[in-house]
Design a protein around this ligand. Structure first.
Ligand SMILES: [Zn+2]
Ligand SMILES: [Zn+2]
Length: 293
């Protein structure tokens, strides 16, 4: 009788200890794996319907000699190009705040660069008749301008982009080995962008820019589960994709950047709460609950 009471007391105290101590990164990945949702069969129009992708396991990622942050190369640079409205500029600043938490790195926003400095080739989009910039000369420019302590450099613009004449448009694009990329917020506003209606634009820009920068850290498109790193062909497909890395892609990023997963989840949840991004917050909170189970 006394032994069983002692055993129960020991069990209660042990359970209390494990509940209060934070799980380590390895265990977090295992808990979060249970929350991964398998991809559905792609339909016509979806990215995977038109692009046969092979995916990338964690082991393949590590063996690929990926671009890594280091003590000397540790800052993420944002280069705004062209003109921004006041509201668009706020979204760029909020996105920089987000990327700092997402990658657990210092993010510096460089002074705005005039479009004429980058000399982007322009065209009128055949469908919208709006001006568009070709991404190639912009990426060439970034390659020459990346600071020595920059792990990656991402340009941001409010102008519409296209990567080559056969494309209608592109939200963002990266040159992974060269560690440069560009994201546009041109197509991200459903309504007039102002100080109170910026959430939709922010929700979309943080997804595109974190997706592109994760590519620059050599993470390929994901076919393991529903994931931020899935390819996407359209705004509706990108909107359907949750702002959540699957456990495999999170594992790659954590291995590269060495952040603490529970702390990162808490910081991202606080960010989503602050900006009232309810859908993103619900995914983050569910992940936080999963690692505490
Ligand atoms: Zn991509
Ligand atoms: Zn993934």
């Amino acid at each position: 009788m006394r032994i069983s009471v002692l055993f129960i007391l020991f069990f209660i105290s042990f359970a209390g200890l494990t509940q209060s101590s934070k799980p380590d990164n390895k265990h977090c990945i295992l808990y979060l794996q249970k929350r991964d949702v398998p991809l559905e069969k792609p339909q016509a129009g979806d990215w995977l319907y038109h692009h046969a992708e092979k995916g990338q396991t964690f082991e393949q990622y590590v063996q690929s000699k990926p671009v890594k942050a280091s003590a000397l190369r540790n800052t993420i640079y944002i280069l705004p190009i062209g003109n921004f409205t006041k509201a668009e500029w706020r979204v760029v600043q909020f996105t920089a705040d987000y990327l700092q938490l997402f990658f657990d790195r210092t993010v510096k926003v460089l002074p705005k660069t005039e479009a004429t400095m980058v000399l982007p080739a322009q065209r009128r989009n055949p469908n919208t008749d709006e001006e568009q910039w070709l991404t190639t000369p912009i990426l060439d420019y970034l390659e020459k301008k990346i600071p020595t302590d920059g792990v990656v450099m991402m340009a941001m613009t409010a102008s519409d982009l296209y990567p080559s004449p056969d494309y209608n448009f592109v939200f963002g694009i990266a040159r992974t080995q060269q560690r440069v990329g560009i994201s546009s917020l041109h197509r991200y506003s459903d309504s007039e962008l102002d100080s109170t209606h910026y959430q939709k634009c922010l929700e979309r820009l943080i997804k595109t820019s974190s997706h592109e920068i994760t590519h620059m850290l050599s993470v390929k498109h994901c076919i393991a589960a529903v994931c931020l790193m899935n390819g996407s062909n359209s705004l509706s497909e990108s909107d359907r994709r949750p702002n959540r890395l699957c456990s495999s892609c999170l594992h790659k990023l954590q291995w590269n950047l060495q952040f603490n997963i529970p702390e990162r989840l808490e910081k991202l949840a606080a960010y989503f709460k602050r900006h009232k991004l309810q859908i993103d917050l619900s995914f983050e909170e569910a992940d936080i609950r999963a690692i505490k189970e």
